[in-house]
Structures are given as C-alpha cells and as structure tokens.
Design a protein around this ligand. Sequence first.
Ligand code: IFM
Length: 502
Amino acid sequence: MPESVSPSPSSPLAQADPVARPDLVAQDAQQAPVAFPPGFLWGAATSAYQIEGAVREGGRTPSIWDTFSHTPGRTAGGETGDIAVDHYHRYRDDVRMMADLGLTAYRFSVSWSRVQPTGRGPAVQVGLDFYRRLVDELLAHGIKPAVTLYHWDLPQELEDAGGWPERDTAQRFAEYAQIVGEALGDRVENWITLNEPWCSAFLGYGSGVHAPGRTDPVASLRAAHHLNLAHGLATSALRSAMPARNQIAVSLNSAVVRPLSQDPADLAAARRIDDLANGVFHGPMLHGSYPASLLSATSSVTDWSYVLDGDLRTIKAPLNALGLNYYTPALVSAAPGEPKGPRADGHGASAHSPWPGADDVLFHQTPGERTEMGWTVDPTGLYDLITRYSREAPGLPLYITENGAAYDDKPGPDGQVHDPERIAYLHAHLAAVHRALADGADVRGYYLWSLMDNFEWAYGYEKRFGAVYVDYETLERTPKSSARWYGEAARAGVLPGAGSGD
Ligand code: IFM
C-alpha cells in the first residue's frame, strides 16, 4: 500500500467532546417538552428495490437483487421485489400521504439499472423522468428530498463483469453518479453516495445472505475497497455536476460494538469488529487511511494490493455531512479456537462469516426487549454513535439516515393499526438524538426507517418496518398510530409523550 497508513483515531469506548446546548439541556431536565432545533428535518426513508416494483418497465434491467430474489432458497418464501409496494405507479399518492402526515423530508434511492440499464453508457430518459417527477412532487408538497445513489441494487451486467470486487465497478458508479447529479442536482440538495456499504461488501460477498450471494472473504474486502473508491469518485463527479450549495454525504451502518468484558481479549475482539464494521469505511473516507489494526488483523486473508497509489486521496474527497444508520448494538467476546460456523451477529444465518479475519470472535445477544428482527432495543447505542462521530469528524453535520423497528403489525377490529411498541422505540431513539444535541452534537435531521412496510431483503415481506401499514393483497396503505405520532412530532418539532398517539 503506497500511501501512509495510520490508525484511525476511533475507539468504540471513547467519550463525547460536547459543546453543550443549555437551551436543550434545560428542556430535558424538566422532562418536557423535548423540542428540536428549528429546521431539523423530520423524514422517512425507503429504497428503490424495496418499494418500487415495476421491475421490467421503462427499460429497467435486472439488478443483483432481481437475480438473487428469483434464485430458489435465497429469500423467505421465494419473495421478490417484482411488485414490492408498487411505489413506481403510486408515488403521487405516497407523496401526498407523507405531506398529510406532516413529514418535512424524504430519503429515497435511485435504481441504477432503471437509469443506466447496462451499468454503463448513456442514460435512459424514461428512468430519469420517474425520479424527476418524484422530486417535483415532493417539492410541490414542501418535502425536502434526499437522494441515495446506491442502495444495494447493482446492475446485473456489472456483477457479471465481476461486481464490486472489480475496480472498474467504481468507475462505472462515478459515471452513473454524474448522470443522476446532472439530472436532479438543480432541485435536490441532499445527496448520499452509498447506503451501508458494509452490507454490500460483507453480506453480499462474505456471508452471502445478500445479493449477489457470494461467499469469498477476499472478494468481500476487495468489494469494501472498491465501494470506498466508488464513493470518492462519485463525490467528485457529483461536485462537478451540481450546484456548489448541494450537500454530499454517505450513509454508514456504523456499528456500536461493545466488549462482553474488560478482559484484554474481549477488548481486542471488539476492536477487530469495530475495524471491520466502521474503520474499513470511515478510516479512508474521513481520515484517508485504513486502520493499521485492520490491515494487520486481515493480513492472513488479503494483502490489500488492490489499494493503488492515489486511491486513499480519492476516497477522502471532502464531505458535507455524514449519515448514520442505527438499529442495535453488537456485543462481542473473544473465543479462541472457536470452530467456524453460523453466527448470531444479527445479519442472517450463514455458514460463512461476514467478518473476514475474525472467525474467533463471538457475537452475543444483548439483553433487553427485542424487535421482530431479534434486535435489542437500545437507544443508548444511538447516543454513543452520534457522540463518537461528533468527535471522529468534528465540524461535520450528522444525519440519522435510518432508524426504526420491525414489529408484527396487524389491523385491529377497528381497521386501524396500533403499534405502541414502535411509538416507544421512536420516542426513545429521538430522545437519544435530543440528548446528543444537548451535549453539543450537530445532528440536522432524522429519517425513520421506513416510510411504509416493504421488501425486507432476504426476509421477504415478513418483517414490517413501516410507519405505514401495507396490505400486500390490495397494496392499500394505512398509516399506523406511529405514523400519526411521528407526524405530530414533525409538525411541532417537539416529541409528544410516548403514550400519546395510540
Ligand atoms: O431494510 C433495511 C434497509 O434497506 C437498510 N438498512 C437496514 C434496514 C432494515 O433491515
């Protein structure tokens, strides 16, 4: 690796560096009201393959998720995103619903193969027109759009050419970013290059529970590097294609990794997972280097020779903001000599690990209440994550670009969907955001995952993350009580009590 390699200053155990906001602290101390700063964005998020459907319309070609979901045994019940929740045809009603609820922001992703079917060459205008219309509709309803360029749906043609383990895919992504930036940059200010590149690299090419379903640890690390490179190249391409006022960010599912004990072996295990979950992305993106501890821990897997001269400078292209996606913390310990096998790391069962070079780390279930995903509800993790990145990237505004919970929601006898657990979840996590704000963090907005129930990847439609219930027979949308509760918060900029709204 030609460029200098220095350890990332991150530590999973480090403390915040607050510049306290007495106005917000005082409100917390009195227990009410929990008020957010003016201009704070109250959004919801979705992604193209999870909601659009219309997979064969307008010249769109298959992405890796079309191929994967159509492969027997890959998704629960063999479910696919062919129809999803038909947002492609219903987007006008969906936008009106968001406006009626009171949302001020909406984060969606662009389907690469709808815009550039072969993953290279000229754009298909029909594909771009769909997103132009969607953005116009959002703006007409006073909702601020945030565009994610890549939420896991690589055009299949690019996977056939080698996918993310191949360097050329990063160049192709920059070309695609330029196309979308030119098409939407005049009306969309908030941009996100990649969503959760950890999942693309390590679930897609390591454990294989996500598309394209490959299980090769070397490929997963190559993919991680080329996703980083794609982010850096795309950031520069977007800057050249769009007005300077636009904000460019990336959404990381940065893990909150906690050691089971203070035993040095457990601390080292936590460090290893922290490097593979976080440092592998924020190291080069924020600091221009891969953590030295990551390079040494993975040296038996790869020599990192695919990191070429100049790559780290490219990847460190300046950002305007950082997106954090948070669901649950990870609890780990050392397990020397532990045989390889399926792991309870919260990312699906596979005989193959998504953690290259960390086969001797054990994941434990954190105690406490759990969601339908089996993920422990722990809002302190969100506070820790925000304060960590406030220190890790001082001066960089933060957005919570995903946070939410799946529950087994069903309409009650009154036809309404009552989801008090989700209200409690949202209340607790927004209160954690508020506490971080009061302690000096610069959080500019929160996007609930997800606007409506949708295709939850390998879990098919069985996990419902939506604030809006979708009847999968009729595709009718019914706002759950959490949607009304969240809309009330958005309108007032103040959290209603967790007990209200239901
Ligand atoms: O549904 C996903 C989303 O696509 C990415 N982040 C996590 C969500 C819940 O699993």
